[in-house]
Ligand binder design. Sequence first.
Ligand SMILES: Nc1ncnc2c1ncn2[C@@H]1O[C@H](COP(=O)(O)OP(=O)(O)OP(=O)(O)O)[C@@H](O)[C@H]1O
Ligand SMILES: [Mg+2]
Length: 490
Amino acid sequence: MHDLAVILASRVPIVAVETHEEGRFLGLLEDMSRGAFGGDTRPLFRWTVTDGLQRLDRDLGVQAHNADPTNVLKHVRAVDEPGLYVLLDFHPYLSDPVHQRLLKDIAVQSTDGRRTVILVGHDLELPPDLERLSARFEMQLPDDNERAMLVARVVENWNQANRGNANIDQQAFDQLVSNLAGLTRGDIERLARAAVHNDGALTACDVPEVMQAKYELLNRDGLLSFEYDLAQFADIGGLRKLKHWLEQRRAVLADPPASLEPPKGLLLIGVQGCGKSLAARATAGVLGRPLLRLDFGSLYNKYHGESEKNLRGALRQAELMAPCVLWIDEIEKGLATGDGDSGTSRRVLGTFLTWLAEQAGKAFVVATANDISALPPELIRKGRFDEIFFVDLPDTRSRAEILIIQLKKRDLEPKSFDLAKLVQASDGFSGAELEQGVVAALYTAHAAGREPDTGLLLAEFMRTRPLSVVMAEKVQGLRAWAANRCVPAD
Ligand SMILES: Nc1ncnc2c1ncn2[C@@H]1O[C@H](COP(=O)(O)OP(=O)(O)OP(=O)(O)O)[C@@H](O)[C@H]1O
Ligand SMILES: [Mg+2]
């Protein structure tokens, strides 16, 4: 309201307001005409093509006149009274040269600033001529306090309607309030109502659903996808250093102290199938944030020639979903700056790096890469990511952990297997290959009508030619490359 008062007091003749919250904007004006913020006591009029021009600050009964867009502008031009004229959804008529001229007349005549035309719509593009004569006002989205108030009011409504007390988990309440950032009041109320009114409770399990609904509200271009499948540290075998690192960042992200810069994110480089994607899912699970996946590959395929613009759109959207985890899988595919490139990927890289530096504290980025030869050096320079981890093949201890996790996942009792033998027989296996072994043993056992046991698993492992053998040189190369550029994840 303060900002609006400043604009009106500056007496610009035309104010353009782009908003989805028309009712609320009118409410602000009405409050102001009643004296709020020093008050703009000029008579307040509202125009729509359906109801014509009506005075709002004083009830003069129905006056459906000047519904015609040309007539209303002629009327405003002719009156010699001060006034605020709010034209709702006038934008379709702005393309008419007569209307442009009339608005210009009004603007030019109104040097004393007594009449102000306020154009309100959700998508307002003014002709350049008029743009120069006008100011833009943007409705602020609700801040933390206001969002808390809105959610509390939804709860209050439920209590009244049901003559009871909704069961509110304070932590879920706080998380909801923080997660609803970036939405309009209407959307916040709608999502909060959906969460509370279905069962009269607000608990941790409402949060993911609300985030999904929020994502659907925001996702207009489809470059980002919402990932439902999150993981926890308990789902990952090994990767101890990575877990420890994330654990330390978790506290900082939850409650950022002024003395520390908020972490931007991490880059995971490593051998295929060793848990990079899994670690990305676990990051979201552990931080208690929604996970958004940005598909860099389709940036080029889908939107030829508009990659940068679309990337910017997707990144802005990720910010609106903040706090979130933004997972960029196979980042090298989107940023490879090979020959024959028209410079697009270079610009995309620039856009991404600038954003990464500026958005710190909003989205936490987890980028993964397999192919180091395609990684642009700018990306791995110090200070881009907070840390670059190398995810190597699991050692014996980690293989044991992975086997236990994979067996339990399929309701098998790890204690009934000879883990030492299995670990020994699976040297050079990736996590994915260990998992495949367990799955294959289950199939064999099922076909034979028996329970899987150590013998069956060993047989499967013998049959497997792990990638580390098939592609020994490549894995070696990767390790050598990582040795002085990355921190081991395990
Ligand atoms: N450290 C691990 N702990 C538990 N399970 C693992 C681990 N590593 C891999 N797995 C199993 O293997 C599957 C595949 O791993 P994941 O997709 O995370 O590998 P990746 O490193 O992303 O591979 P890629 O380079 O092919 O994308 C996982 O879903 C999980 O079931
Ligand atoms: Mg992966």
